[in-house]
Design a protein around this ligand. Structure first.
Ligand code: TYD
Ligand code: MG
Length: 460
C-alpha cells in the first residue's frame, strides 16, 4: 500500500510543495510553508488507478444520464432554533454539513454555538467539544444564560483521534469543535495551532462528518492577518464559512455567510450581545445609524442590500487637509481600492479634488459593505465633510458610480426606497433608472440622477 507522504503547505494560498522552502513557489509569500502529512488515497490508488481500470461490461459502470432523470434528495435542514442563524445558513443547518464559524476572539462564537446546540438538542443530539475552556466553564456559561442543558453532551479534549473515538461511541448528530486552533492529531509532529495541525485535524472531522452524516460546526479564531489559521486553508474543505463580526464597544454582532454551498452568500444575521447571551435582531434595518438626530457634516445614510433584505446604514467621512505629501485614504467597512477609485471619479467628473486631503471613511456599526450601491453615499459623505456642510435633513442615497461619472442603477431599487420611506426619510438621491416616474415613494421625494455632477448638486 502507498505510504503517507509529507508535503509542505503554504498558509497563504494552500499550495502543496514536496520540500520545504523559504518562499512559496505559487504565491511568493515568505515563511508560510509548514509540514503536512498527505494520507495515501483510498484502496486502488485513487484517480490514477480508476483511469486505468476498464469499466467496459461492468454492471456498476458509470453511464451518461439525462440530468433531469437523476434521482436526488432535497437536502434536509434542521432549524438551529435561532432565526437569524438559520437565515445565514440558507434556511437552517443541512444534515451532514460542515460549517466553519470564524471571528475575532471574544466576539461571541462560543456563546452563539452553545445557544444553538442547546436549542437543537431535541432534533440533533449534540456533542460540544471544547479545547479552550473547562467543562465547568462551559456548563457555568450555559447556566448563566439560562439554557436547558439536558440533552447536550460536552467533552474537554483536543486530540482528534480521541474526539472521534468518543463520537463513534456516542454517535451525536451534531458536533461543535471549539476551536479548530486547539485541535491536533498524533499523525503530525507539528505543534497544535500550526497550520498543518489545524488543516489536518479539520480534515479528519470533515471526513468523519461526510462518512457518518454528522453535522459539524468548526469554530475558528481569525488571525491578525484576517484569516482562519492562514487564509483559505480551511475554507475550501468545508461546506459553509460564516464570519461573526462586530465593532469593539458595540453590542451588535453580524453573522455573514462568506461561502455557502447550501445558500446565498452575503446573507446577514444580526444579533445583540446582552447579559443573557446573543439575542436576535430580526428587524435590523435601523441599527446601523449613528443615532444622532440632527444632520452632521460628513454623514450620509445609504440603503444597502446585503443578502435578502435592505438595511439602512450610515457612512461617515472625515476629510481634512493633510500634512503628508501622500495623503491618507483609510476605509473601514469598505474596500480601500474602491475608495481610491471613487475619489478619482469625484475629481475628474465631479470637479471636486481631495488630492491634498486625508480621507477617512467609516461604515457605522462595524458592518462591511461590499455592494457598489455604496458608491454614491460614500462620495456624498466625502463632499459633505469637505464642505463642512451636512446633507439636507432626512436624506438617503444609493447608487453605483461608474468610471466615466455615470450613476448606474442597482438591483432592488424599489424595495430599498420603500424601506427608507418606512423609516421616515424625506429625500432619496438614487440612480435615474431606480427612481419611480412619479418622483415619490410614500411621503418621500425621490431624485433620480444620471451623472455624478447632478447628484452632487442635488445633495446641497
Ligand atoms: P465568547 O462566546 O466566549 O467569544 P468567542 O468564543 O468568540 O471568543 O464571548 C465572549 C464575550 O461575550 C465576553 O467578552 C463576554 C461576552 N458575553 C456577554 O456579554 N454576555 C453573555 O451572556 C456571554 C456568555 C458573554
Ligand atoms: Mg470561545
Amino acid at each position: 500500500a502507498a505510504k503517507a507522504r509529507t508535503a509542505y503547505v503554504c498558509s497563504e494560498c494552500g499550495a502543496d510543495h514536496n520540500k520545504w522552502q523559504g518562499q512559496c513557489g505559487e504565491c511568493g509569500a515568505w515563511n508560510t510553508l509548514s509540514e503536512f502529512v498527505v494520507e495515501p488515497a483510498a484502496k486502488g490508488g485513487g484517480v490514477a488507478a480508476s483511469r486505468r481500470t476498464s469499466w467496459a461490461g461492468r454492471a456498476d459502470a458509470p453511464a451518461v444520464t439525462a440530468l433531469k432523470d437523476v434521482q436526488h434528495a432535497e437536502e434536509s435542514r434542521v432549524s438551529t432554533g435561532i432565526g437569524e442563524f438559520d437565515r445565514v445558513l440558507g434556511g437552517g443547518l443541512v444534515h451532514g454539513a460542515v460549517v466553519l464559524v470564524g471571528g475575532d476572539p471574544g466576539i461571541g462564537k462560543s456563546t452563539l454555538l452553545l445557544q444553538a446546540i442547546v436549542r437543537m438538542a431535541q432534533s440533533l443530539p449534540g456533542l460540544y467539544v471544547t479545547g479552550e475552556e473547562s467543562l465547568s466553564q462551559v456548563a457555568g456559561r450555559g447556566a448563566r444564560l439560562g439554557l436547558p442543558l439536558d440533552g447536550v453532551h460536552a467533552l474537554a479534549e483536543t486530540g482528534v483521534e480521541r474526539i472521534l473515538e468518543h463520537a463513534a461511541r456516542m454517535k451525536p448528530a451534531l458536533i461543535v469543535a471549539d476551536s479548530v486552533q486547539t485541535l491536533w492529531t498524533e499523525e503530525l509532529s507539528a505543534a497544535p495551532g500550526s497550520v498543518s495541525q489545524v488543516r489536518e485535524s479539520a480534515a479528519r472531522l470533515v471526513r468523519y462528518a461526510k462518512e457518518t452524516g454528522t453535522s459539524v460546526f468548526l469554530v475558528g479564531h481569525v488571525t491578525k492577518e484576517g484569516g482562519i489559521a492562514g487564509p483559505r486553508v480551511l475554507e475550501h474543505m468545508v461546506d459553509a464559512v460564516l464570519y461573526f463580526e462586530g465593532e469593539s464597544g458595540s453590542r451588535f454582532r453580524v453573522l455573514r455567510a462568506f461561502k455557502n454551498r447550501f445558500g446565498a452568500v452575503n446573507e446577514l444575521g444580526v444579533f445583540a450581545m446582552g447579559d443573557k447571551g446573543l439575542r436576535e435582531v430580526p428587524n435590523p434595518s435601523a441599527i446601523f445609524l449613528s443615532g444622532s438626530r440632527s444632520p452632521q457634516p460628513g454623514s450620509c445614510v445609504m440603503v444597502t442590500r446585503e443578502g435578502t433584505r435592505p438595511l439602512l446604514v450610515e457612512v461617515q467621512a472625515l476629510v481634512d487637509s493633510s500634512p503628508l505629501s501622500n495623503p491618507r485614504r483609510v476605509a473601514v467597512g469598505m474596500e480601500g481600492n474602491r475608495l481610491a477609485m471613487l475619489l478619482a471619479v469625484l475629481h475628474r467628473h465631479g470637479g471636486v479634488g481631495v488630492g491634498d486631503q486625508d480621507v477617512f471613511v467609516n461604515v457605522v456599526g462595524g458592518i462591511r459593505v461590499q455592494e457598489t450601491a455604496a458608491d454614491l453615499p460614500v462620495l456624498l459623505a466625502v463632499l459633505s465633510s469637505l464642505r463642512d456642510r451636512p446633507l439636507p435633513e432626512q436624506t438617503v442615497a444609493f447608487g453605483e458610480v461608474g468610471l466615466s461619472g455615470e450613476i448606474r442603477p442597482v438591483p432592488n431599487g424599489e424595495e430599498r426606497l420603500k424601506e427608507a420611506a418606512t423609516h421616515g426619510f424625506k429625500r432619496a438621491i438614487v440612480p435615474q433608472a431606480n427612481a419611480p416616474k412619479s418622483g415619490r415613494v410614500g411621503e418621500m421625494t425621490v431624485i433620480g440622477v444620471e451623472r455624478l455632477a447632478d447628484a452632487l448638486e442635488s445633495a446641497t
